[in-house]
Write a protein that binds this ligand. Structure first.
Ligand code: NAD
Length: 382
């Protein structure tokens, strides 16, 4: 029997993305699935009900429960939403389980299979399904346009009849997918860009997109899966000390450092911030997960006192949603690229010996299937 997929309308304030687009609906229906789309689900990304219908989806009322086998979502589901799903349903989306363990518990208790695309192993087969990469790519671009908007100067060195303008100096801290895209974007705008990261491969990656790597002569800190591990207290403090002179000579600082499953590393203290030049701008992508910059508040742009004036500190909040059209286009394809190989004649058959399925499954058959989350939930229940 054809598997039915329900594409919900995201209801979180300010969320404009959607988990399927007409292009991804075509891909899903071509593989034999049936797709239901909540009326208005694509409005924030300029996708109308008529476009979805033309692609083969059926439009359904947005606020009613609909019987489906698979539920697509962009934002993590609320526990009450999970509890209202049919037993045995499969959810596919970003689950952020360390921040939302109660939704994982609800899926366990309801017998729902929760597949978290944010936990997909980062192997080459998963690249086209990788929502973290696609959304970080969008975020990296947006960070630079936010910084440019708040900065009182142009980026490129310019020689004009009226005089010469100096180039803007951009410093990017954390050079993962978002950081590398920020470097490339700032570079394209004409800035002089430098960057630092703690992974061994990052120096070459920074250079490959046109940045200058700042080697702090700290030991590298690689964890498995291409991620960084947290620095010990001493090394973290040393990193702050070594970064301080680079902050003082930067016009714009963009921070994107993250360690999976932990609070964001603190790279810039209030004291370091106070040493920056008047007019400088800091944008902190990690504001929602603890902040790379002390004092950054998600969604807020504020003036910070520095010698001789103020600097601007911007805390990012759900910035992928600022570019909902492209963010949704990439997300929609991530979801379809994940699901289509799991369909046989349009019917979903989950194979838990597949490392992609096992890697992203949080719950199945009434049990939590990821050890770290199971431990977290057991600890909370004790
Ligand atoms: P992320 O969002 O977890 O972290 C962002 C960056 O912060 C990382 O580069 C990390 O090294 C850095 N960081 C952590 N602590 C830091 C500190 N104290 N100071 C400075 N930087 C710090 O990472 P991400 O963007 O998801 O990417 C992580 C890695 O995974 C990268 O190497 C990326 O190239 C790789 N990746 C591989 C695939 C694949 O399919 N093979 C896909 C996506 C990403």
């Amino acid at each position: 029997m054809s598997t039915t997929i329900m594409v919900r309308a995201e209801h979180a304030a300010g969320e404009r993305r959607v988990s399927a687009t007409p292009d991804s609906v075509k891909k899903l229906t071509a593989a034999g699935a049936t797709v239901l789309v909540a009326s208005g689900a694509g409005a924030g990304a300029l996708l109308t009900d008529a476009m979805y219908e033309a692609a083969g989806a059926r439009i359904v009322a947005p606020d009613e429960p609909h019987a489906a086998d698979v539920y697509f979502h962009v934002r993590p589901l609320e526990p009450a939403e999970v509890a209202a799903l049919p037993r045995g349903a499969v959810t596919i989306g970003t689950a952020d389980p360390f921040t939302h363990p109660e939704s994982v518990a609800a899926a366990r208790d309801r017998g729902v299979t929760m597949l978290a695309l944010d936990l997909l192993p980062r192997i080459s087969r998963a690249q086209s399904m990788d929502v973290l990469s696609s959304q970080s790519f969008v975020a990296g671009y947006r960070l630079v346009t936010m910084a440019a908007d708040a900065f009182g100067r142009m980026f490129p060195m310019s020689m004009t009849a009226a005089g010469t303008l100096a180039p803007t100096r951009v410093l990017v801290l954390g050079a993962g997918v978002a950081g590398l895209q920020a470097i490339a974007t700032a570079k394209r705008l004409g800035a002089v860009v430098s960057a630092n990261d703690v992974r061994a491969a990052s120096a070459d990656e920074v250079r490959s997109v046109g940045g200058t790597f700042i080697d702090l002569d700290l030991e590298t800190a690689d964890a498995s899966g291409g991620y960084a591990k947290a620095l010990g207290e001493d090394r973290a403090r040393r990193q702050q000390e070594l970064l301080t002179p680079h902050l003082v000579t930067s016009d714009i600082v963009i921070t994107t450092a993250a360690v999976p499953g932990r609070a964001a590393p603190r790279l810039v203290t209030a004291q370091m911030l106070a040493g920056m030049r008047p007019g400088s701008v800091l944008v902190d992508l990690a504001a929602e997960s603890g902040g790379n910059v002390e004092g950054s508040v998600p969604g807020e742009r504020r003036a910070v006192e520095v010698a001789g004036g103020t600097a601007t500190l911007i805390g990012a909040r759900n910035i992928h949603s600022d570019l909902p059209v492209d963010a949704s286009k990439l997300l929609g394809m991530n979801y379809a690229n994940f699901l289509v190989p799991l369909l046989t004649d349009g019917t979903l058959a989950l194979d838990f010996s597949d490392e992609l399925v096992a890697g992203c499954a949080l719950t199945h058959d009434g049990a939590v299937t990821q050890a770290r989350i199971a431990e977290l939930l057991e600890g909370a229940a004790r």
